[in-house]
Write a protein that binds this ligand. Structure first.
Ligand code: TRP
Length: 346
């Protein structure tokens, strides 16, 4: 009989708040495409997580479920290798979240660096929505429900994985065995991709993100306005490569390492103009995004196919996540309606 050897399980996801951009690609999508053949991969369209800071705009969250699914297929996530599923249609994730909330304190959540930053950035103070505060717990539910051990994410998500493992260890201690597995973040060596303006993060709301569906003209315009070295005024001036977005992007996307190193060398020495470097980057990005854009257009013409994939992926995920919840319920020894009357354990 053919026995499938167990492949390590990957779970990752994206909040469905807008189309995906190059930051998502460098941070996680690229790893997913590369890893899907040697892993059992699940990808969540995290619409329930997206609601925690978009409850005033559920329509946006709903519309982007299909958009992000199309992005996945466009970048080369292969539905034969990867199960794509819709978070809000997986009730076990909500049940697990509810259970996990008993294993974490409010003060620990407030200290979660991602949550802490957001509280400050948005000026929430004590008025933080409870759903948002509990986001890390819900993400822990996502990851553990699939028994994932590998989580390809951007650097900013590593506190979430830490929090997941903390909750997992507490639960295992309560149950008395290793029911939940340790999850490891898989963070790209290129680090976080900055926005084209050089600001810390690429984000659609900041207008500094190149979306995966950008047209050739948009790509060109973004590259042209990219932040370089503000003191590199004349071609002959020596320039600085660190923090220079054009070089950061070349590092992330140009596969010819030697050529990039040589360009850096010349730029530092003086004698290399911004325009020359930008044209090279533009070529690299045009070449990267062209097939993605074309696949995107093709997939968009067959929405029935996409919906079918989401239906079958979600139904597979429903069984898996439900069975993890059942194991936890049994492990904790909660009441079960399925128990045998003769051995009734009141
Ligand atoms: N929090 C992630 C983000 O904002 C999205 C996400 C939700 C996720 N659930 C997940 C990522 C589980 C990895 C694993 O990008």
């Amino acid at each position: 009989m053919f026995v499938e050897t167990a492949r390590p399980i990957i779970l990752t996801g994206d909040r469905t708040t807008g189309p995906l951009h190059l930051g998502h690609y460098a941070g996680s999508l690229r790893n997913r495409v590369a890893l899907q053949h040697k892993h059992q991969q699940f990808v969540l369209l995290a619409d329930a997580r997206a609601l925690t800071d978009n409850i005033d705009n559920p329509e946006k969250v709903r519309r982007n479920v299909m958009e992000v699914a199309i992005d996945y297929l466009a970048v080369g996530i292969d539905p034969r290798e990867t199960t794509i599923c819709v978070q809000s249609a997986l009730p076990a994730l909500a049940e697990l979240t509810q259970l996990y909330l008993n294993f974490v304190s409010v003060s620990r959540l407030e200290r979660n660096p991602t949550i802490k930053d957001e509280i400050q950035m948005r000026g929430f103070e004590r008025d933080i929505p409870a759903g948002f505060l509990c986001y890390p717990v819900a993400q822990a539910a996502d990851i553990t429900a699939f028994k994932a051990t590998v989580v390809p994410v951007g650097l900013d998500q590593s506190p979430m994985i830490e929090q997941t493992n903390e909750i997992g260890r507490r639960i295992n201690r309560q149950i008395g065995r290793e029911l939940l597995l340790e999850a490891k973040p898989l963070i790209p060596s290129t680090g976080r991709l900055p926005g084209v303006d050089g600001k810390t993060k690429m984000s659609k709301s900041q207008g500094n993100a190149i979306s995966l569906s950008a047209t050739p003209n948009e790509i060109r315009a973004f590259v042209n306005r990219m932040y370089t070295d503000p003191n590199h005024l004349r071609t002959s001036d020596p320039g600085i490569v660190e923090g220079n977005v054009v070089f950061t992007y070349l590092d992330a996307f140009d596969t010819d390492r030697a050529a990039v190193d040589e360009l850096k060398e010349r730029y530092r020495r003086g004698g290399l103009g911004d325009v020359t470097v930008k044209r090279r980057l533009e070529d690299v990005l045009q070449e990267l995004l062209k097939p993605i854009r074309e696949r995107r257009a093709a997939v968009s013409n067959d929405l029935g196919y996409v919906l079918d994939l989401l239906r079958s992926g979600t139904s597979k995920a429903r069984a898996i996540t439900q069975s993890t919840f059942d194991e936890l319920r049994d492990g904790l020894g909660l009441f079960s309606l399925e128990q045998n009357l003769t051995k009734l354990n009141r």
